[in-house]
Ligand binder design. Structure first.
Ligand SMILES: Cc1ncc(COP(=O)(O)O)c(C=O)c1O
Length: 366
């Protein structure tokens, strides 16, 4: 049997045609029509006024925080259960990532868990829509507005998901997206920042390009960054974005088939549907009530021996030396992380392969 990976990008004729067009045009760096198209078409897709394309999803968060003026000593509330990039982007500003707990079902921040971490130094909140599941953005936005806090949504894993009928990435002051190769759409490496705020969009563009004066080329008044994307990457991104609806519906079908094949396994749940949320299936999340870190690792190893790759849920940041804090402060994150894995989820995964993976899972859990 061929080895089944967790993720694999879907690159077809359209991607190749657009990248070739970009190559033929000679515009291979950070000017070119595909960057403008990607930004315009993504704004339309999410339902915002502006999109700023950048080099990856990590710098998207950093640039958003920098543009909002987050500085040393500020506190930014983030979930304990997330990819490390969310915390690192805060640390790049010299600010303190404050780890709040997640909801046991959605695995996202809630207004309640955020409230518990507010101090006079809190300046921003970064809800992460983990594994395609949207956080409760209406309640979070209300709380943020009451306390005059910035909201930067980390949408790296949830392109197209919505909360109460409105796409995530359009709720906060900014939304940040990743276009890494394993994401819902990809540019190889890449990121996007969405916002409705014209002044903020201008500031993001300014900071993305070394803080160069609009009126005087090669004149720089403050420390900024080269966080630009290339026209080649954007060409790939435009081709992918044009297919996002098909990509998302295939991912939904994949989850549906896993749900059917794995139905009735004691202690096992797959991606939940949270009332109010329209999730997308970035990755199939399989949770087992009885797993510990050790038994989960053994399961993943045995699955690998059967030719099926999987990946563990993120470790809580509170367990990592650079962001360590008392695990009792975020009990849900510290209980749930070892109960879950992600199963193979990608567009070209066939129904037969899903049945094979499901059969292997069943055999190993029997
Ligand atoms: C939740 C989350 N935030 C941020 C990132 C960073 O994105 P990138 O890998 O494009 O820098 C990722 C993805 O890898 C992610 O999963």
């Amino acid at each position: 049997m061929n080895f089944i990976p967790v993720s694999q990008p879907k690159i077809g004729d359209r991607e190749k045609a657009y990248v070739n067009q970009a190559l033929d045009s000679g515009w291979v760096s950070s000017l070119g029509v595909f960057i403008e198209r990607l930004e315009e078409e993504f704004s339309r897709y999410i339902g915002v006024k502006h999109t700023i394309a950048v080099s990856n999803g990590t710098v998207a968060i950093h640039l958003a925080l920098a543009a909002l003026g987050i500085k040393p000593g500020d506190e930014v509330i983030i979930p304990d259960l997330t990819f490390v990039a969310t915390a690192n982007a805060v640390a790049y500003c010299g600010a303190v990532p404050v780890l709040a707990d997640v909801d046991p079902v959605s695995l996202c921040l809630t207004a309640e868990t955020i409230k518990a971490k507010l101090t006079s130094r809190t300046k921003a909140i970064i809800p992460v829509h983990l594994y395609g599941q949207p956080a409760e953005m209406d309640a979070i936005k209300r709380l943020a507005d009451e306390h005059h806090l910035w909201v930067v949504e980390d949408v790296a894993e949830a392109h197209g998901a919505a909360w109460k009928g409105k796409k995530v990435g359009s709720w906060g002051h900014c939304g940040t997206f990743s276009l890494y190769g394993n994401k819902i759409i990809t540019t190889g490496e890449g990121g996007l920042i969405t916002t409705d705020d014209e002044a903020l969009a201008q500031r993001l563009r300014f900071l993305r390009d070394h803080g160069m004066s609009k009126d005087k080329r090669y004149w720089h008044t403050e420390l900024a960054y080269n966080y630009r994307i290339t026209n080649l990457q954007a060409a790939l991104g435009v081709a992918q974005l044009e297919q996002i609806d098909q990509f998302l519906s295939r991912r939904k079908e994949i989850l549906g088939l896993y749900q059917k094949e794995l139905k009735g396994l004691p202690g096992v749940t797959l991606n939940p549907q949270v009332p109010g949320g329209e999730s997308v299936c970035w990755l199939v999340c399989l949770r087992h009530d009885n797993w510990t870190e050790t038994s989960r690792a053994q399961f993943m190893q045995k699955l690998k021996e059967k030719g099926v790759d999987s990946r563990p849920f993120f470790y809580p940041l509170s367990q990592m030396p650079i962001y360590e804090q008392d695990r009792k402060l975020t009990p849900v994150s510290n209980a749930v992380y070892e109960k879950g894995i992600n199963l193979p989820t990608y567009i070209d995964l066939t129904d037969d392969q899903i049945k094979t993976v499901s059969r292997c899972v069943r055999e190993l859990l029997a």
